[in-house]
Every structure is written in C-alpha cells, then in structure tokens.
Design a protein around this ligand. Structure first.
Ligand SMILES: [Zn+2]
Length: 391
C-alpha cells in the first residue's frame, strides 16, 4: 500500500515536471537581454576570473556570421548581428544584410518586440540602445508597440535608464545595448584601452545583475532570465570586423540560468564543422527562441526560426542542408519522430536518430524547411542558386 502510494506520487511528480517543461507555471517570467557590441570573448576572458561574466553567469562560445559557405552566411557587422540576435533567423530571412539604415527587418520574421507584443498585449517592452539604427532604422516599424524605445544614449546613460526601468516598471522584456567596446576596438584595436572598455562594460553588467537580484528577492514570484551576448567578434588587430575569420565569427552567450546542452555540449556537424569546429557551438540565432520560450510562448514551426532554444528541450541539433544531395541533415539520438515541413506543409515524418532525410523533389529553388521534434522546431532555408564562399 505504502509502496504503491509512493510510486503513484513519483509518477505524478514526473508527469508534472514533464508538463511544466523547465519552468514552474506559477512564476511570472521576466527577461533582460544585455547586448555588448563588438566584444571578443578571448579578450574578455583575459580580464581574469573576477569578472561578472566568469563569477556570476553561465556562458559558452557561440558563432555569428552564419555558415560561411552556405545560404546563411552574413557579414559580421552590427546590423545583421543585432537583428539576428533579436529575431532568431539569419539575414537571408530577416533582410538586414548590412548596416545600411534604409534596411528594415522583413515583417515575415519579426523581432522579439513584435512577437511579444502580439502574444502579450500588456507586456512592458523596452529597448535602450547606444547605437541608434537598431531602434531608428531596422526595427523602426517592427518595435512600434514598445513602451520604451530610446536611442543614442552613451553606455552610462543606457545603464541608468535600464536600472530605472528595472526599478519602476513591470519590465517584462528589456533590451539594452552597450557600444564602448566596439568604438574603442575601431579606434585603438586590441590593447589596454580595449581591455579597459571591457572592464567598464563588465562593471555595468554587474550593476544590472545586482538590480535583477534585488528585484527577484523582493518579488519571489518573478522568474528572471538574463542573457548577455555580442553581435560579432573582431579581426586579428581588433580594429575591424565584417569578415568570416574565426575571431570575427566567435561570440559568446551568457546567462544567469544554466542553459541546455546546445550551449554546454558542442555537437559537430560532421561534413562541415567550420574553422576549429566552430559550428559545433551554439549559433547567434539561439538567443531569440530562448527568450520567447522563457516568456511562455510556444515556439511555432510556422515562425521558421533558425535557432535552437537554450532552455528546455533542444529538438534536433545542427539542422542543415546538403543541397547537392537534396538532403536535410541533423544531430539527434532521440527515439521519436521528427516532423518535416516544407514551405509550411508537413511533407514527412522521420525517426530523429536517422539524422537525415532526402527530399524526393530535390532542392532546386528557395525552400523553407522546418524540423520539429516534440515542441521544438528549427528551420533551414535552402537557396541553391546562391553560391557562398568563406571569404
Ligand atoms: Zn557591432
């Protein structure tokens, strides 16, 4: 009797945890995304073990710039990078392919601000940026529904405003953008001034983390996710970026919460591992689906997000196309079926551990595929007419 009651209780508990995914439904989710422009991870780590990054956050290496010899290749510049972080797709979908301020995000691939506004009409959304075009160009129409949209502040003013918002508003989703490391990199390259800019940015990160902790202590029903990332790395001198070198493509994603194996356990895409196995790490597209999932939105296959979420189940990992063989490929050892969508229609169900599927119709045009395992979709766009290089 006792034993069976225990087993029943255990089963119930297991069901509860499965049903609730990684987060307790009774908690009120909040997210703060801190962007640091042009931060080279290696140099940030060289500040030593006492940074807020190393002491207070979980973090892992990631990559920007898409896959250099595939359709997702994009310049390691700020416009493409920030919009990829904020949409969860590469520039071949979001359309912000350069820093040209006449560019706007493709409404078919809206930013976090638009997706959250549509799903949560009463959410408090804020975007406070040093580099204006994020707010004043690329997301000009997209983020119209924001409660706060401020641009062209210096990093200290960005910090002050962010602290104020965290102090006095519901602050459901807040994006802040710091620019000093990028500015100093462009003027001085790597060296003492760049290290000082990184130290100052890390101090500002610390003040924001203090504020989040203070607020979470006062409001135990709030469940805070903090994400920190950068739009691109830097070239060998530290002065430039935009290309596809390992150092320009290397970025990081950090969080106050432990993230899933997509960030912590690299998984190699065998036929195209990238320089120094870079593509086995998380992609810059992972931030947006992570924030959406934390804030309670179910990730939809119809959104065609390219990124694997870093909280909850990963779904299949490293989804990719091998166009010459009309093949989709992915990494997974799951014992269940992947649903494959092509341009919004279900075209196949395949065992996840098969790790590949050949499209009987071939891959000769622009097609959007989505691979959905459980409640986690991930997308791949194929554009065979585009031939990309790694320069
Ligand atoms: Zn930048």
């Amino acid at each position: 009797m006792r034993l069976s009651a225990l087993i029943t209780a255990g089963l119930l508990l297991a069901l509860l945890f499965k049903g609730c995914d990684y987060r307790q439904a009774s908690l009120q989710p909040k997210a703060l995304f801190i962007g640091m422009d042009g931060v080279q991870l290696q140099h940030y780590e060289q500040l030593g073990a006492d940074t807020n990054l190393r002491k207070r956050l979980f973090y892992g290496k990631a990559y920007a710039g898409g896959i250099c010899n595939r359709d997702s290749k994009q310049a390691t510049n700020s416009g493409p990078g920030w919009i990829t972080l904020l949409t969860g797709v590469w520039a071949n979908k979001h359309s912000v392919i350069s820093n040209d301020e006449s560019l706007r995000v493709d409404p078919a691939f809206p930013s976090l601000f638009k997706r959250l506004r549509d799903a949560l009409p009463n959410a408090y959304l804020a975007s406070i940026v040093n580099w204006p075009p994020i707010n004043t160009a690329y997301l000009l129409e997209d983020a119209q529904g924001n409660n706060v949209r401020e641009s062209g502040l210096n990093d200290e003013q960005v910090t002050t405003r962010a602290l104020e918002i965290l102090d006095t508003t519901p602050a459901d989703f807040t994006f802040v953008h710091f620019d000093e490391p990028d500015q100093v990199g462009h003027s001085d390259g790597f060296g003492q001034a760049y290290q000082l800019a990184l130290r100052e940015t890390d101090d500002r990160l610390g003040r924001l983390l203090d504020k989040v902790e203070e607020r979470a202590n006062k409001n135990p029903h709030e469940d805070w996710l903090v994400i920190v990332s950068t739009d691109h790395g830097r070239d060998a001198t530290g002065k430039g970026h935009g290309g596809q070198s390992l150092s320009e493509k290397t970025i990081f994603i950090a969080s106050n919460k432990p993230l899933n194996e997509e960030l912590t356990e690299p998984s190699i895409p065998e036929e195209n591992p990238g320089p120094d196995n870079l593509y086995s790490f998380a992609a810059q597209t992972s931030v947006a689906p992570t924030v959406l999932r934390h804030l309670g939105l179910a990730l939809s296959a119809q959104w065609k997000l390219d990124g694997t979420p870093l909280l909850g189940a990963t779904g299949v990992r490293k989804a990719r196309d091998i166009e010459a063989a009309a093949k989709l490929s992915w990494n997974s050892d799951a014992q269940s079926a992947v649903t494959i969508y092509k341009n919004g229609q279900v075209v196949a169900h395949v065992q996840a551990h098969d790790q590949q599927w050949v499209d009987p119709q071939g891959m000769r045009q622009l097609d959007d595929y989505v691979l959905e395992l459980g409640d986690t979709p991930v997308a791949v766009r194929t554009e065979p007419e585009k031939s990309q290089t790694c320069n």
